[in-house]
Structure formats: C-alpha cells, structure tokens
Design a protein around this ligand. Structure first.
Ligand code: AMP
Ligand code: GLY
Length: 434
C-alpha cells in the first residue's frame, strides 16, 4: 500500500511512524509534513485544506489509502470529494464531521439521543444570550459554534467575562462565521479524559483512554492551548468506567449517527468530564487528538493500517485491537509566547542524539532550513516515552527532554501529575481496606 497522510503536526508524525511499521505499507507520503516526518515519509508542500491539489496528488501517485489528520479538511468534505473520485480515504464524511464542525449540532444531537452532557442553550441573538447568562449560575462556558482552532470555548467565572466572550464572538466576530451561533453551557466539575474510538458506523474499537493537559502553565493555569502534553492510559478511567462510557456515550453516538443518516466512519474523539454524577460529554472531535495520539499510538500493538482499512470497509467487528502493557507520556516542547504570538526559525539542538528505543521524538512545528532543523510553530516537538508504568514513563520523558533545546523552549513540568495523584490515592485506599 502507498499511504498519504494529510497534515503536518505531532499527531501526523505519530500516524506516519505507526503506519510505516505496517507490513502492508510500502511507502508513506505526507502533505505538508514537517522535518521529523520527512525522515520517514516523502513530504510534499500541499496545505492540508487544499482538497483539489491533494486529490490530484493522490491520483497521480496512485495512493491506496489517504489518512486525514486535522479537522478542517474533514469538515470541508475531503472524504466526500475523494470518494466521489473513487479514492480510498480514512475519515468521516462532512455530514458526520459536523459533530466537531458545529457545537450546536453536537449538543442537540446528544440531547436527541440521551447522551449525558452539560445543560446548554444555543443562541444567534446576543441579547437573548445575555439574558440567559443573567438567569444562570456562574461559571458558564461560552462556545463558538464552528471551528476556532481550539480557542472557541471560554470558561466564564464572572458576568464581565461572559459579556466579553459574547461581545468578541457575536459582535466583533473574532472567530468569523464560527461565532455567529453560540452555545452556552453549564460548567462541569471533574477530571477530563479523551477517548479515541475507531468506528465503521456500526462496530467500534476503543484506543486506550488518555488525558491531555490543555492549559499553558503548570497546575492547569493560564490560557488553553492545543495541548501541552498527554499520557495514557489514564488511571481516572477504570474498566468499569470505560464500560459506562461505552454504554452511555459511544454506542448511542454511533447508533444515533446511523439513524440520522450520517453514519460515522473514522476515528471519533470523545472529550469527557468524569463528574461525581458519571461521565459527561464535553465535546466530540472528528479526528485523532493532538497530543493524545502521540501517547496512544505507541501503546497500540495492532496494525493501524489494517484497522483503518477495516473501518473503511465496515469490517471492524472482525478485527481485534490490542495494546501493549505499560504507559506512555508525551511532553510538548513549545515556543516562548505560545499560545499567543511567538517567534519561529530558532535552531533546535539535541535532536541527533541517540535516544533509547522507548523514547520517541515526534515533530510538530519544525522545518529544515540550510541543513538545520528549526522551529516553525507554537508546539514544536512532542517528547514521548513508553515504559512499564506512568511514573517511569514520566521520568523517561523528562530525562529525554533535557537534551533538546532551542531559544525560548518552554514545557510544562507537571505532565502526568494528576495520574500520580490518582495512583497515590488509590494505593492509600487499598491500604485502608487491608
Ligand atoms: P471544547 O472546545 O468544547 O473542547 O472545550 C475546550 C476545553 O474547555 C475543554 O477541554 C475543557 O477543559 C473546557 N470546557 C469546555 N466545556 C466545559 C464545560 N461544560 N465544563 C467545564 N469545562 C469545559
Ligand atoms: N488535544 C485536544 C485536541 O486534539 O483537540
């Protein structure tokens, strides 16, 4: 098989790395890719949203399978376009990708199918939205309906913050058309988790549940980012809870989409809040999470290309998904200033070091310039370690990251801290019972 991976971040590096290991895969291409991906795949400078050029490329190179990383081309309908031309592609149709493309659609879908999620209301009128906010207890979460590159959800602790959020979205249109419709929802308390599920529209297979670290600073302080690190499996989701999530969220979602004539085929990302009342849906994404994928794929034992083909062919029921024992931790190395403005083009040192096999350096915002690898984005690298346990994986990832640096390199020092806390509490709990 010749495979084309669309995208150029850490998620796509992890996808390329895993797909290249499949015995069925003879060559991997990536568009646009990055400096790390270029070590495994032939990269072509085509933007992930240029569906026309990607189509031409896939036809010309006789690509057997295209795998789409980011949400924008999925929501734009890349899968529908490829299929119209008889090309094989992994991902949901535009109609199914609406689970991420429109938060109003996703929330109303959840309500129609009894999927537990935060109480909410949808507004197109700023005055009505404001009246709703005045009548409901704070904090509230104000969300732009459409895609906003992970910046469209604002947790509002005060009326002034809520007013500013509405003003920015509905009056100043900072997210363009994405903010013309706004979802306002109840604030959920609990531990967050991310579950990636492969589904062919009928059957499904879960990858290991992960936890992302969305805020920029240690202790979950500061603004939201695309994700500063992740680990898997998260001890917050035990076997009982996973079953509950499957019964209450995964199955009704897959069935609901089928019943509504939008069968979901691809990978479905469920953003979850584990509340005292049980798991709640925070959001759907129509793609692999980033950085979660950098922690989850190194634990996947099964052949990813075979799983993706079975997903496309409606044959997932006949394929097992197995994971290796142990844990993986990914620490993101970011440019100074991210998620705000930051400088690019800083030479990165330490990448040529001989890291042990259980350390994987996934590139996100990097490129090659005059023979050097330089920074080219906010999130620059994902340093991942695989080990027999979360504490060991944390130690290994942080040991590796000290060897890599660039001017202004920043990373969180507490990736996995919640898992450690969880493990400590549960071992104390066991102690009491004995
Ligand atoms: P979203 O864009 O919907 O994924 O939201 C981004 C982030 O905002 C989530 O990962 C949560 O950390 C936070 N968030 C969103 N909705 C809620 C909610 N209803 N309650 C608490 N936190 C939320
Ligand atoms: N890490 C969160 C996301 O991929 O949306």
């Amino acid at each position: 098989m010749k495979i084309l991976v669309v995208g150029g971040g850490g998620r796509e590096h992890a996808l390329v790395w895993k797909l290249a290991q499949s015995p069925e895969v003879e060559k991997v291409y990536c568009a646009p890719g990055n400096a790390g991906i270029a070590q495994l795949a032939e990269c072509h400078d085509i933007p992930a949203t240029d569906i026309g050029r990607l189509l031409q490329f896939a036809k010309k190179r006789r690509i057997d399978l295209t795998v789409v990383g980011p949400e924008a081309p999925l929501v734009q309908g890349i899968v529908d376009e490829f299929q119209k031309k008889g090309l094989r592609i992994f991902g949901p149709s535009a109609a199914a990708a609406a689970l991420e493309g429109s938060k109003a659609f996703a929330k109303e879908f959840a309500r129609r199918h009894g999927i537990p999620t935060a109480a909410f209301a949808v507004f197109t009128d700023v005055q009505e939205a404001w009246r709703y906010i005045e009548r409901h207890p704070l904090p509230l979460v104000v969300k732009a309906d459409g895609l906003a590159a992970g910046k469209g959800a604002i947790v509002c602790e005060t009326l002034e913050q809520a007013r500013q959020a509405l003003e920015a979205m509905m009056v100043q249109h900072v997210f363009g058309a994405a903010g013309e419709v706004v979802v306002i929802e109840e604030f959920l308390r609990g531990e967050e988790a991310s579950l990636l599920v492969l589904t062919d529209g009928d059957s499904y297979r879960c990858l290991v549940p992960a936890q992302d670290h969305k805020r920029i600073f240690d202790g979950d302080q500061g603004p939201n980012t695309g994700g500063m690190g992740a680990y898997a499996p998260t001890p917050a989701v035990d076997a009982h809870q996973l079953r509950q999530i499957e019964e209450q969220l995964v199955k009704p979602t897959i069935e609901g989409m089928r019943l509504e004539g939008r069968p979901y085929r691809g990978v479905l990302y469920l953003g979850l809040m584990l509340t005292a009342q049980g798991p709640r849906l925070v959001e759907y994404n129509c793609r692999f999470g980033d950085p979660e994928t950098q922690a989850v794929l190194p634990l996947l034992e099964s052949d990813l290309a075979a799983l993706m083909n079975a997903t496309i062919d409606g044959q997932l029921a006949g394929v097992e998904l197995t994971n290796r024992k142990g844990a993986a931790v990914c620490v993101v190395l970011a440019s100074a200033g991210y998620p705000g403005t930051y400088e690019k083009h800083k030479p990165i040192t330490g990448l040529d070091r001989d890291f042990p096999d259980h350390v994987l350096i996934f590139h996100a915002g990097t490129k090659r310039s005059n023979g050097q690898i330089v920074t080219d984005g906010g999130r620059v690298l994902g340093v991942t370690a695989v080990a027999d346990s979360i504490p060991h994986a944390i130690r290994e990832a942080y040991a590796a990251i000290t060897h890599i640096t660039f001017d202004g390199a920043y990373y969180r020092r507490d990736i996995g801290a919640r898992a450690l806390e969880h493990l400590r509490r549960s071992s104390l709990g066991k102690g009491h019972r004995q």
